[in-house]
Design a binder for this molecule. Sequence first.
Ligand code: 5GP
Ligand code: ZN
Length: 137
Amino acid sequence: MKDDNCIFCKIANGQIPSATIYEDEAFRVILDLGPAAKGHALILPKDHYPNLFELPDDTAAAAMKLAKKLGAKMKENLGADGFNLVQNNGECAGQTVFHFHLHLIPRYEDDGQKIGWKPGKPSSEELEETRKIITGE
Ligand code: 5GP
Ligand code: ZN
């Protein structure tokens, strides 16, 4: 399934050229045009799924296996000191392209980047309340 209006469908299926570091029947992995650090790549399924929740379980599992394999290769070949996996779902979570993608971000001691959040300080009662909302207890 492809979406004619989706740029990542076109890239994943080779209609738009990209710096491809890996390709198989189900995925294309490309270098991000606006990298957080050298080697920042995106795992794109060739089929169109807008986000993680629409992605079939077996594709999700395969994407994570691929992240592990390519992450190790990138760490080794680029000499990265660490690695972030980032996957945004929804506009408020920072998603800008609505075709599932998993960011592979090699990290370097002095790369000056920050991937993070401002930590909250919930009380144990608040944590318990949140736990109950999530689990439905
Ligand atoms: P999101 O914010 O949706 O999680 O990530 C979208 C990512 O796609 C961004 O990091 C952005 O730099 C990258 N991107 C957007 N358009 C293109 C493109 O046409 N080619 C490539 N290689 N990367 C893109
Ligand atoms: Zn798409």
